[in-house]
Design a protein around this ligand. Structure first.
Ligand SMILES: [Zn+2]
Length: 230
């Protein structure tokens, strides 16, 4: 009986070591962080994970392009920025059953590792109702998350972007919002809506969107630097 128990324990230890080794092999490297806490911009998906799509448009490409443009404007404001990805790559290592969990964990790890002042995750929406359109802002359900979201929303409304009647939404279940920093997830528009899709494909609109996103996040960041909260 004792022998069986010892054998089981040994086997369990070997299995857990192999599992850890396997996980560390697939874990991604962490980026270099700037001296001052940055805004972490997180273009969703990447690599093998295209996100939502319609013929001719992939979420992972739209959000990466807009993230890079947003960084360009934040550079002008001299706000330090770290991107969770700046190429078409997935962050979860090997494509297996644990990929998605590791991918999301890596995005959170990057924000925490660089002591982000703000985590801004960018996505594109999709729904069966083709008339549904507009941008949506989700926030970490905390006092700072809420304050950040409402300040961001207020600034974005000053820009000529597509209609957005809704207020920001708190979300407990979005993994990427579970950072130490206040975190926002912005759905930039609906790929399933003709007008939104045309806007998201348009260069001038992407540029305007990036300007709006950068001024909204810079305002949160400045407030955070001054008061320790947005
Ligand atoms: Zn997405």
């Amino acid at each position: 009986m004792k022998k069986t128990l010892i054998t089981t324990l040994i086997l369990a230890t070997i299995a857990s070591t192999l599992w850890t080794l396997r996980d560390s092999r697939t874990a991604q490297a962490l980026p270099q962080c700037p001296d001052t806490p940055p805004i972490v911009i997180d273009p969703g998906h990447g690599g093998i994970d295209g996100g939502t799509n319609v013929p001719g448009m992939l979420e992972k490409e739209v959000v990466l392009d807009i993230a890079l443009r947003t960084k360009k404007y934040l550079d002008r404001y001299k706000v330090p920025v770290v991107l969770t990805r700046d190429t078409d790559t997935a962050l979860g290592g090997n494509w297996d059953s644990g990929h998605l969990r590791r991918d999301l964990n890596q995005r959170i790890r990057i924000a925490n590792h660089c002591r982000a002042g703000l985590m801004l995750s960018l996505h594109v929406n999709h729904t069966r109702n083709a008339s549904e359109r507009g941008m949506m802002i989700f926030y970490q359900p905390s006092r700072t998350g809420r304050d950040a979201a409402y300040l961001f929303d207020d600034i974005l409304r000053r820009w000529p972007l597509h209609s957005r009647p809704e207020q920001p939404h708190p979300r407990k279940d979005f993994a990427v919002l579970k950072t130490k920093a206040p975190a926002l997830l912005v759905e930039l528009g609906f790929i399933s809506n003709d007008q939104d899709r045309q806007l998201l494909a348009d260069n001038a609109y992407r540029e305007r969107l990036a300007q709006a996103l950068s001024s909204g996040s810079a305002a949160i960041y400045q407030k955070w630097l001054k008061h320790g909260s947005p």
